[in-house]
Design a protein around this ligand. Structure first.
Ligand code: URP
Ligand code: ZN
Ligand code: ZN
Length: 469
């Protein structure tokens, strides 16, 4: 059975055109001029999807999620099933989640565990990065094998000493390995050793509220680590991708490296564009715990939001991911009522990325094609998923979103589909809405009804990054 998406405006990373999209089975097979002979004859035998007044986009690619992540004695509250369904509600049709090698364990057995959690449970397609939590001779060898198996990017942490932390020597060795096998090193760039000193001193002074999570994780610690990671990558001759960048000072480091011609890339996340230290982390009572994430939200009295939007325009920030890592307030964030250090780190947002970044189009921060580029095309290219994902063209997977620019609504815990008992964006008014979602040729969301199933999503083996300068 073929499907013809008619009447809409197809938005790609390079422009917007009135085009009809013909889908056969799981793939896009043609882009047709409206009312052309080919379009008229295709319409005779196809199921018609009416996209009049809608934008037609490639499905979103969220390259940074943490379903079921173990953290601080608990687990991220979205399972692969609940989290991928929520993603689809929000117009994301592929996630790249992080499998975790924990300290003292083999990469392979940890990856197998993650695969077992995800396989058969995802409603949309999924892939993995690997967190290398224990860089040693064995795990470095396993990185080579993983690249051959389609896991082509590796996250390292300069933060969380004693948990995920790698020292500079380990980082350099992993970068040298990536330089040899074509992998991409993704860096959590914060100086965790220095942060822990300030955190201990703050708690000793009785500064235990969630706000202090943001105060001790100073922007200098993010920019210093970003700078160090860039220099290590230069020596290691490896490309580098900085995850969840939040501070202007860190962006300056990335911009400088890119101006020098280095293969340094960075993502930011919606929380760093919309939320801030004072109003959210500093919310009355314990409400700020809902905003504890790392890197932290930054001060509204500085220029972070404006600088990050600028970085999204200039491509010094190339990708918007969510770093979706949800925890409920009850029994999870509450672990840290006495001490902010015990609050599990993370914010859920996999459902709202497309909408939140579209507000940048509404507000004149970015163009429509740039929205698609940041949320679908570049993440697909960056992480070796293109051109199956991130683009609507013959041969690509029919992962397609119809977006209604005329819709108006507000984000709320009462209407989201993530497994979270609060929303970090409660009450935020949104222009535009995901109307219809097609995942590999199958309509999974239409008319406000979700018809996707756990298990519909397939594991995707990724190629090497296609984004090097
Ligand atoms: O706070 C965050 N970001 N939690 C998830 C783990 C990570 O560092 O990405
Ligand atoms: Zn991180
Ligand atoms: Zn993360």
């Amino acid at each position: 059975m073929t499907m013809l998406i008619k009447g809409g405006t197809v938005i790609s990373a390079t422009g917007a055109t009135a085009t009809e999209v013909l889908v056969d089975g799981e793939e896009v097979v043609a882009l047709l001029s409206p009312d052309s002979d080919l379009a008229v004859s295709a319409a005779e035998s196809a199921e018609i999807i009416d996209a009049t007044g809608k934008y037609v986009l490639p499905g979103g690619v969220d390259a940074h999620t943490h379903m079921e992540l173990p953290f601080g004695g608990t687990y991220a509250s979205d399972t692969f099933e609940s989290g991928t369904k929520a993603a689809a509600w929000g117009g994301t049709t592929t996630i790249v989640d992080f499998a975790v090698q924990s300290h003292g364990r083999q990469v392979r057995e940890c990856l197998d565990e993650w695969m077992a959690k995800a396989e058969g449970n995802c409603a949309i397609d999924f892939a993995f990065h690997m967190i290398i939590g224990d860089v040693n001779d064995a795990s470095l060898k396993e990185m080579d094998i993983l690249v051959d198996e389609g896991i082509t990017s590796f996250k390292l942490f300069m933060a969380y000493p004693g948990v995920f932390y790698s020292d500079d020597g380990q980082i350099l060795r992993a970068m040298q390995t990536a330089a040899g096998n074509g992998g991409l090193i993704m860096m959590h760039a914060e100086n965790g050793i220095a942060i822990d000193v300030l955190a201990e001193q703050a708690v000793a002074r009785g500064e235990t509220d969630p706000l202090y999570h943001g105060i001790v994780r100073r922007a200098e610690f993010e920019s210093e680590a970003t700078h160090r990671a860039i220099k290590l990558a230069k020596v290691g001759a490896a490309p580098l991708y900085i995850v969840h960048l939040s501070a202007s000072e860190a962006l300056t480091e990335v911009t400088r490296a890119r101006n020098d011609g280095a293969n340094v890339f960075a993502e930011t996340c919606p929380q760093y564009l919309y939320l801030n230290l004072e109003d959210h982390l500093g919310a009355p009572g314990f409400a700020g715990a809902g905003y504890v994430c790392s890197t932290p939200l930054r001060s509204k009295h500085e220029h972070h939001h404006a600088d990050l939007w600028k970085g999204l325009r200039t491509n010094d920030l190339s990708v918007v991911s969510t770093d979706h890592c949800p925890f409920c307030m009850k029994e999870q964030k509450e672990l840290g009522t006495e001490d902010f250090r015990a609050i599990p780190n993370g914010i859920g947002g996999v459902e709202h990325r497309m909408d939140l970044i579209y507000q940048g189009v509404v507000q004149g921060e970015i163009s429509l094609p740039r929205w698609v580029e940041l949320c679908a095309t570049t993440p697909a290219r960056m992480f070796g998923l293109y051109p199956k994902k991130g683009v609507i063209q013959p041969g690509s997977d029919a992962d397609i979103v119809l977006y209604d620019p005329a819709a108006r609504w507000s984000i709320s815990v009462d209407n989201h589909h993530m497994n979270m008992d609060y929303s970090a964006y409660e009450g935020l008014e949104i222009e535009g809405k995901v109307d219809t979602v097609i995942s590999r040729g199958r309509v999974v969301l239409a008319d406000g009804e979700f018809s996707g199933n756990a298990g519909d999503g397939r594991y995707v083996r990724r190629g090497l990054t296609q984004y090097l300068m």
